[in-house]
Design a protein around this ligand. Structure first.
Ligand code: PMP
Length: 418
């Protein structure tokens, strides 16, 4: 099988028949060279200054300043002095690492404090949270631990890759995104066939920035005696009256069976968590392979404990974020660009054609704006888009500069849909 580099995506390199790993790697290496030499290399760029609204990115050995829309540091907490101070104090008190996995001695008093804090943040009891190494493992490890070959995982098609990975060893069915008939059909036709039926959805979907139809899904889950797991990594700190995310918005904070999230976005750090009733949480602490065989949350995670407090103590960051989101989306809309059904800090400009999308990404870079062009397999082949995350740290001048750049690009490439 030969690969057409001009239409290839990363995915095409997964299943090249009769190629051993070295040959696949060689082919892929040539593909990257092709991408670079054609100006389409807009990922894995070297960021040299951190997660600010403007940052320095090293492109072709030119370290220039860009307005950035690639960070999910939504409230800007990675740069908050109190969060930084708490992280530093964590390191000073405990050192830089845990030295062991949680089950065999790598569970410190700050892990316990963090678990109580995040659990209480959602109005739950002290013992209803488990901290994982990342948001990715919070999903994949929980599902691997809970779901076996006698069980059925029912996924909204658009859930995160970590959920798919967690379901590798169980039965899995998917329903079209937010499609209630599709979900009900699966629930109805699988009644009594499986030990556990677990429906898994995201609170906010990471490519369109839209939210789940959580209340309707919850009602179906109850009707068919199933369980519900919600990954709300892009909703926490942003949506809901007090920033508790889409589950608060839906009025289901104490009703969803398993809630998962990350500390790498709103909370400005690294790590993931699972909230579930105390027996399920305890089961995960002792039975999940990641808790047994993998270290978690280094001492700088003490910064997360402060960040959780700041959601309530400094609501100004959420207000700033929403002012920015509303201003930016209105500007894009006035240019006739298609931001789809986003209702969060993730703002796509939907273009469709992958080549035009690559060109838009490149032109934005040329104009000093760093975004992510999103192509297949992250989205369908004809649904390519520029994906941007708005944060509380963006200033009006950053948003205006970006809107002007889109206006220029639209004059050239005619990407407006309206
Ligand atoms: N779930 C969703 C919906 C995500 O978008 C992401 C990160 N892109 C994750 C989970 C994983 O989070 P982390 O980066 O903390 O592993």
């Amino acid at each position: 099988m030969s690969i057409n580099f001009s239409t290839a995506t990363f995915k095409d390199f997964e299943n090249i028949p009769n190629y051993n790993i070295a040959q696949r790697a060689e082919y892929f290496y040539d593909f990257l060279d092709y991408m670079r030499s054609n100006g389409h290399m807009n990922y894995r760029l070297k960021n040299t200054t951190g997660t600010n609204a403007t940052l320095h990115v090293d492109i072709a050995n030119q370290n220039k300043e860009y307005v950035s829309f690639v960070s999910s540091d939504y409230l800007g907490f990675t740069q908050h002095p109190k969060v930084k101070q708490a992280a530093i104090e964590g390191i000073q008190k405990y050192g830089t690492g845990t030295g062991a996995t949680p089950l065999i001695g790598g569970y410190f008093d700050y892990h316990d404090k963090l678990e109580r804090k995040i659990s209480n943040f959602f109005g739950r009891n002290d013992d209803e949270a488990v901290v994982f190494t990342t948001g990715y493992t919070a999903n994949s490890a929980t599902l691997q631990c809970l779901m076996q070959k006698e069980d059925l995982a029912i996924l909204d098609m658009a859930v995160h890759a970590s959920v798919y990975e967690g379901c590798a060893f169980t039965n899995k069915k998917t329903f079209p995104h937010n499609n209630l008939e599709g979900l009900e059909h699966i629930l109805k036709t699988s009644e009594n066939l499986y030990r556990t039926k677990l429906v898994i959805i995201d609170g906010v979907y990471s490519q369109d920035g839209d939210t789940s139809h959580m209340n309707e899904i919850y009602n179906l889950v109850k009707k068919y005696n199933a369980f519900l797991m919600v990954d709300d990594v892009h909703g926490i700190g942003i949506l809901g009256e007090t920033g508790r995310g889409t589950i608060e918005q839906a009025g289901l904070l104490n009703k969803v069976d398993i809630m998962t999230g990350t500390f790498s976005k709103t909370f400005g750090n690294l790590g993931g968590y699972v909230i579930a009733d105390k027996k399920l949480a305890t089961f995960l602490k002792f039975q999940s392979r990641q808790q047994i065989f993998s270290a978690t949350a280094p001492p700088s995670s003490a910064g997360i404990i402060k960040a959780i407090d700041l959601i309530d103590e400094e609501p100004v960051w959420r207000e700033r974020l929403w002012n920015n989101i509303n201003y930016f989306k209105k500007g894009l809309d006035e240019l006739g660009l298609d931001t789809g059904i986003s209702c969060s800090a993730i703002v796509p400009v939907k273009i469709g054609d992958p080549h035009v999308t690559g060109d838009v990404g490149r032109l934005l870079i040329e104009k000093g704006i760093y975004t992510n062009p999103i192509l297949y397999p992250a989205v369908a082949r004809k649904d390519a888009r520029i994906r941007m995350s708005v944060t509380a740290r963006h200033e009006r001048e950053h948003l205006d500069k970006t809107l002007n750049a889109f206006e220029d690009i639209n004059n050239k490439l005619h990407i407006a849909k309206k």
